[in-house]
Write a protein of this length. Structure first.
Length: 437
């Protein structure tokens, strides 16, 4: 202990002490600490650390070090270099001895003496598998939402940190069926801190498929639908990749196929076709093929499924275009009828003839713009005729009323003289004064 705490490090003295008294390597002081802790804490030279590690593995290879206690002690002393030294030593010489990073982070988060920089430094470290504390937390069976929030707020980069396989923490959330509130927090945090980051959905689907995690694929599908609809997924490419994998089960493959075509089937909206696709997936045999034949069958079935679906989509598009054509023809028919009805309402043969001649003179080979201008001009002229007819009717009505007023004047009296000159004669003397007034 004393030698590790000194500022001078004599390698010969270290070797003598260890060879003479190897038990000193695992002897605890009054606080329960080993000499190696003070080597981390005091940044002992590399050769001293190498000697202590090799000696520990030689004399006490079955004695696992309490890495969590070492990390917490260094963290409470805010020994950033000590934590990094410990981390490197663990990675290089004790990779098989586990570290519960979650417990260490929680303990330091509660500590009054650990600084925020020390806490951040701990969160940035990854284990021998390249997993950040967020990876490890997502993989755990206990999910403390406050711990998630603290980890993400302190070091948001953990959200996009890849482990040694290139996987992000969110993949393990899908894989382990993390609680809904955890998934919500991961998604919202990702969109907040990394709004432009596009997730590799295809890679995650293939990874979950090879791990035969159909539940994880469903979780991924729902998350993509609800929160990342603008990010593309090449489902067909994923299906082909999994069809070639020796590890993918039939049930996992069926789940993938159902999800991959779900949106396209909904867009088709044809129950008969939807039923055919579902029947095609359900009829996959399970145990009829050897491994190699099974892979060939999956690959053939996947390509056939997407080919059939593409045919349905083309047929739906052709049907839609036909409906548009019929609808347009119906509109043209209605427009024709509407012109005829409006001409009948006008009741002026001269105007009716002009509109008919205008229609007959329409050039058969006119361009789209010319046809549009011609149609607009036709309805504009028709509207002008209708306005003129209405104005003429109002003028006639005004003249008629003026004529009545003239015959009611003192010159003609109230005897009813001159009623034969009226354009309309009701034939009832008692009613005429009331109507006029």
């Amino acid at each position: 202990h004393i030698l590790a705490c000194s500022t001078k490090h004599d390698m010969e003295l270290y070797r003598f002490m260890i060879e003479k008294y190897p038990n000193n390597l695992i002897t605890q002081d009054k606080w329960g600490y080993l000499p190696i802790l003070y080597s981390f804490l005091c940044n002992a030279p590399q050769e001293v650390m190498q000697l202590m590690v090799e000696s520990h593995n030689t004399y006490f290879h079955d004695n696992a070090l309490d890495w969590g206690r070492l990390i917490i002690t260094l963290g409470e002393d805010n020994a950033l270099d000590g934590i990094r030294n410990l981390f490197d030593t663990h990675q290089d010489h004790f990779p098989d001895q586990s570290i519960n990073w979650e417990e260490c982070a929680v303990e330091l988060a509660r500590s009054q003496s650990a600084s925020i920089e020390t806490f951040k430094s701990l969160l940035r470290l990854s284990d021998c598998l390249g997993m950040s504390p967020l990876h490890i937390l997502v993989c755990s069976t206990k999910h403390d939402i406050d711990m998630y929030q603290s980890l993400i707020e302190t070091c948001p980069k953990n959200l996009t940190t890849q482990d040694k396989w290139g996987d992000l923490p969110i993949l393990y959330a899908f894989w382990g069926n993390a609680p809904k509130e955890v998934m919500q927090l991961l998604v919202e945090s990702h969109n907040t801190y990394f709004p432009g980051h596009v997730l590799d959905w295809g890679r995650m689907i293939v990874t979950l498929g090879k791990a035969n995690a159909p539940g994880g694929i469903r979780n991924l599908f729902d998350t993509h639908q609800n929160h990342f609809p603008d990010q593309d997924i090449n489902w067909e490419e994923c299906a082909v990749e999994l069809a070639r994998s020796r590890r993918t089960s039939f049930e996992t493959f069926k789940t993938l196929l159902r999800l991959s075509v779900a949106n396209r089937l909904d867009a088709l909206g044809v129950e008969k076709w939807q039923g055919k696709v579902e029947d095609f997936i359900n009829e996959f045999p399970v145990n009829e093929y050897t491994r190699d034949k099974k892979r060939a069958r999956l690959l053939y079935s996947a390509r056939l499924l997407y080919s059939n679906l593409a045919s349905y989509e083309q047929l739906k598009e052709a049907t839609w275009l036909l409906e548009i054509a019929l609808w347009k023809a119906k509109i043209d028919e209605c427009r024709s009828l509407s012109v005829a009805n409006r001409l009948d309402a006008l009741g002026v043969e001269k105007w009716q003839g002009k509109v008919e001649n205008f229609t007959n003179e329409f050039p058969a080979s006119a361009s789209e713009n010319t046809r549009e201008e011609w149609a607009r001009l036709l309805f504009s002229n028709l509207a002008s005729y209708e306005q003129l007819k209405e104005a003429t009717w109002l003028l006639e009505l005004a003249l008629w009323k003026a004529n009545i007023d003239a015959y009611r004047s003192p010159i003609h009296g109230q005897s009813g003289e001159g009623r034969s000159h009226f354009r309309i004669n009701c034939g009832v003397q008692q009613i005429l004064p009331i109507v006029v007034s």
